[in-house]
Each structure stands twice: as structure tokens, then as C-alpha cells.
Design a protein. Structure first.
Length: 307
């Protein structure tokens, strides 16, 4: 059956946490899930922007159940505190790993623990968070981890012998490599969940080419200027708004017919309705996933509670 983003199933019994949900695809994922009735937790680094997003959802979706918790995915103490907040919830049905650096620094930077900053933000923080909240997902039964990948995974490669890019850093290598690693993590996570007999599913998605200039303006959340609107609308043939990009992770959270290990993206690759899509051979590779896993455990300083 086809999926209609305008007719979402009732989600009043679901609680969903979304990282980086104060703007972009993350915000619209939160708003759309709230509109479907879900209780939504926005896990965000900036408290003011998080509260602006919460206020916007409450304004646009009367009666919505939405709250914010602090989360800086590049700070282990923040990740651990956010995990404790999520573990304290009555239930957690889905964790959407959305936060990340889209525009990497020109020169290599590191977090407080010596990890390359883009990898730390886009992958390692989410790895640690998922490991720590897995017990809450297990309690919910039929819960989901939704990993936000990217089309950039098609345009680069992952260097396991230089994962931290100490010898070969460029901004593009950092971003594309982090997205390959994120997708590989999502697929390897599902393999390990299946092997352990868990009911939790890991689903990987990409939102196509979604731009702020083609996105509805929302006070405090998305306010592109006229020039940005003009420039992005020149690309209308192959782009979509971030609200449309959010249709993909929303389906990953709510569609009862999806299986663990599924990969979703827009029907026309860069835009369109959310459908099953082909992932790159590298990100789906069991061999790469098995080799990457211990590297992530070491860099995130987090043994994952799965064999």
C-alpha cells in the first residue's frame, strides 16, 4: 500500500524523541508527529531555540504534547544527562537521530575528547545516546531507531584506516564520511538487534535535497530571507522544502509495515513521496558494519549492550 503523508495513522499511544528538532527536517518531523497525536520530545543543544520550536508546535498544533530536553551530541555529559531524561519517560517508542553538522568547518576540529568534530556530532553522540536509551526502547516493544542518512553517502567513501581524518581532512570528506558511517551504524544496529532477538527495529532514511528557502516560514524556527527564497526556488525542479523532507522519517516512525533494515527516501531521489530506496553498497555492507562497530564503541567510549 502507498503511504500518504497527509493521512497519518493515529499516534496518540506513541512517544518519540528527536535530536536536533528545533529547526529543519527535525522540527517538521516533530510537528508532523505531534499533529498525528504523538507525544514528542525535542532533544536540542540551544535551549532558546528549543523553546521557540516547542512554542511553534503548540501554536500550530493545538493540544499537542511536546517538550524539550537539553542535548549537545558532541558533549558526553550532555548525552548521558539526556539519556537519563529519556529513560525516565513512561515509554519511548522511537528515537530519531537527526541532529548533525551540515556545513563542516574548513579545517579539522575536535571535540573535548579528541574526536573529529563532524564525526563526533553526526555519529558518535548518537551511538552513545542509542546505547544508553536502548533499555527504554526495549520496554516499549516494537520500538524504532530512525537514523538520518544523506544523499552525500553516495558521493564519498568511509576510510576506516583514517576514520578521524587525521591525515586526509576536508570538509566534504568529513560530512560524506560521517553520513556513510551513520547509515552503516543504522544497518549494523539492526543486524545486531535481530541477532539478539530484540523487538526494536533500526530504519535508515535520507530526506532528499531539502532546502530552507522552499520551506514554510515559521517564526523562531525557519525564517529565510528573500534572497534565499529566490535562490532556492530556482532549484525547484530537484529540491523540496524541509517539511516535505520530514515525510521520510515520519513514515519510518509510524508505518507499521516497515521492517528493520529498511531504507527510505524520496521517490524522485531528491524530492517526492517517501518510498523504499536503494542504499549504497558500502553502508549496507555487513563486513564494513562489523569493522566500524568497535571503532565507534572506542571513539564514543561506550560499550554497546548488544553482541
Amino acid at each position: 500500500m502507498s503511504w500518504n503523508p497527509a493521512e497519518l495513522p493515529d499516534a496518540h499511544d506513541r512517544t518519540v524523541a528527536i535530536t536536533g528538532a528545533n529547526a529543519g527536517v527535525g522540527y517538521f518531523t516533530a510537528e508532523q508527529l505531534a499533529r498525528a497525536g504523538a507525544r514528542v520530545v525535542l532533544a536540542c543543544r540551544d535551549p532558546e531555540r528549543a523553546e521557540a520550536a516547542v512554542a511553534a508546535i503548540r501554536r500550530r498544533v493545538p493540544g499537542s504534547r511536546v517538550q524539550a530536553v537539553p542535548l549537545d551530541v558532541a558533549d558526553r555529559r550532555s548525552v548521558d544527562a539526556a539519556a537519563e531524561s529519556l529513560l525516565a519517560l513512561d515509554r519511548l517508542d522511537a528515537l530519531v537521530l537527526n541532529a548533525g553538522i551540515v556545513h563542516p568547518p574548513r579545517t579539522r576540529q575536535t571535540d573535548a575528547y579528541g574526536n573529529e568534530l563532524v564525526l563526533a556530532t553526526n555519529v558518535l553522540g548518537h551511538f552513545r545516546l542509542t546505547a544508553r536509551v536502548l533499555p527504554a526502547l526495549e520496554r516499549a516493544g516494537d520500538a524504532r531507531v530512525v537514523v538520518l542518512g544523506s544523499l552525500a553517502s553516495r558521493l564519498g567513501r568511509l576510510r576506516l584506516d583514517d576514520l578521524q581524518l587525521e591525515r586526509s581532512y576536508t570538509g566534504w570528506r568529513a560530512y560524506s564520511g560521517s553520513k556513510i558511517a551513520a547509515q552503516a551504524f543504522g544497518f549494523e544496529l539492526d543486524r545486531r538487534l535481530r541477532a539478539s532477538g530484540s523487538s526494536v527495529r533500526s530504519i535508515v532514511v535520507h530526506p532528499g535535497y531539502s532546502t530552507s528557502g522552499r520551506t514554510p516560514g515559521i517564526r523562531g524556527v525557519n525564517q529565510p530571507g528573500r534572497l534565499k527564497r529566490f535562490a532556492d526556488n530556482l532549484q525547484a525542479a530537484w529540491t523540496q522544502g524541509k517539511d516535505a523532507g520530514a515525510h521520510v522519517p515520519v513514515r519510518a516512525v509510524l508505518d507499521p509495515d516497515l521492517s528493520g533494515g529498511d531504507y527510505l527516501g524520496p521517490a524522485l531521489l531528491t524530492k517526492g513521496a517517501p518510498v523504499h530506496a536503494p542504499a549504497t553498497r558500502a553502508s549496507r555492507s555487513p563486513r564494513l558494519g562489523a569493522r566500524l562497530w568497535p571503532l565507534l564503541e572506542s571513539a564514543a567510549d561506550e560499550p554497546f549492550p548488544l553482541p
